[in-house]
Write a protein that binds this ligand. Structure first.
Ligand SMILES: [Zn+2]
Length: 396
């Protein structure tokens, strides 16, 4: 099964905007209440059964764990006596509960943060077989016929399965999930192999010796944003002028995010060109974004870049894998000796054992490439040609 997501800008009428806003509002209430119930359950069980907490105790009736199915049934019951809930789209509300369920699962399996209450809901999903494109209009259950800007055609044979309506500073957008019933083979390791090392000084370095400096998306826009934020401080909160300024700031942030994403896609395509296998480090970018270089790290959006790179690799039939990140900058790629920790200002790798010298990030990326090749070689017969890093005969 092939799943793709296409993004379009919507041009809804005033009436349709009202419907979208209302549904976002209803979904927000559903999310916040469902999260409240889940929090209640978690708190009521945070202390052992045979002792009491010193601070406070949750006195709640024992109830079953509020999973998706329980909450979904509760929602149906609650709708009977609540006109506000009845006015929202049932599908959108169900999907909101599903999203919350996924957030809790991710928390456990991927070690992500505890889901939060929402001040604003930014999107909702609708799953239906009745979504169709008709000229410049999207036919869908909730909004009937909504005008959109057809920036690209949907490839032939694909069916629309799901629509996500998104609210951004610059307007309303639709994410269409399209599916095609074909088997897509997963890419196999082959061809030219590169390792990619990412860092603060240069955004990335490849084992071919290519280094790309850190792009400064936010730095350029920051002057403008700072100026507007200073103005914003002097305005009365929630006044019309305050709202207008807030909107302008949001627009600037959105433009920066768009530029960043565009750059990531271009860079990923450039890397996948003429490459058969890509290895990257398995980095937890969350801890990076809290550290010393948090602003620079967030501005580069490396987490997003890896997701984009993985997607583009899959699209261009390039093998993509993550390898262990430890000590990549401390080992000599030529002889494998531990050369010890380098300070951040040391830009050159110099080996005392064999005299090998090169850029430190490139050296690290070579280690990543070799580690990746080793990982594949375990359990398979791989002939590795160290002279040009070409991998042949790989079978997984
Ligand atoms: Zn060496």
């Amino acid at each position: 099964m092939l799943n793709l997501t296409y993004n379009y800008k919507l041009q809804p009428t005033a009436k349709q905007i009202e419907i979208i806003e209302h549904n976002l509002d209803v979904c927000k209430s559903v999310w916040n209440h469902a999260l409240y119930v889940r929090k209640l359950w978690h708190n009521s069980r945070s202390c052992k059964i045979d002792r009491c907490s010193i601070k406070h105790e949750y006195i709640v009736n024992m109830f079953e764990y509020p999973n998706y199915h329980n909450q979904s049934a509760d929602l149906t019951k609650a709708k009977r006596g609540n006109a506000f809930l009845r006015s929202g789209n049932a599908q959108a509300m169900q999907q909101t509960l599903r999203k919350l369920d996924r957030a809790f699962n991710d928390m456990k399996s991927k070690n992500m943060g505890f889901p939060r209450y929402k001040k604003k809901m930014k999107s909702f999903n609708l799953i239906s077989n009745k979504i169709e494109l008709n000229g410049n209009y999207i036919k869908m259950p909730l909004l009937k016929k909504v005008k959109f800007r057809k920036s690209r055609d949907i490839p032939e044979g694909f069916k629309i399965k799901q629509i996500q309506i998104i609210k951004k500073a610059s307007g309303y957008y639709a994410n269409l999930t399209i599916v095609l019933n074909v088997d897509v083979p997963t890419p196999m390791p082959k061809g030219h192999t590169i390792g990619i090392d990412v860092g603060i000084h240069s955004m990335l370095a490849t084992s071919d010796g290519l280094t790309i400096p850190r792009p400064k998306f936010l730095d350029k826009a920051l002057r403008k944003i700072k100026l507007l934020q200073r103005k914003l401080k002097k305005k009365i909160i929630s006044s019309n002028k305050w709202k207008r300024l807030q909107h302008r700031i949001a627009l600037l942030h959105e433009a920066v995010a768009n530029r960043r994403k565009e750059y990531h896609f271009q860079l990923a395509h450039q890397l996948c060109k003429a490459t058969g296998t890509i290895f990257v480090e398995d980095i937890n970018f969350k801890s990076w974004s809290k550290g010393l270089f948090c602003k620079q790290s967030l501005d580069m959006g490396l987490g997003q870049f890896f997701t984009v790179l993985e997607h583009i690799s899959w699209k261009t039939d390039t093998y993509f894998a993550k390898v262990d990140k430890n000590y990549t900058s401390q080992i000599c790629p030529n002889c494998g000796t531990h050369t010890g920790k380098k300070e951040l200002n040391v830009r050159v790798h110099k080996c005392d054992e064999c005299g090998y010298e090169c850029d430190r990030d490139v050296a690290a990326s070579m280690i990543i490439r070799d580690r990746g090749l080793n990982d594949i070689a375990v359990g398979t017969t791989v002939i590795k040609l160290p002279s040009n890093g070409v991998l042949s005969g790989a079978k997984v």
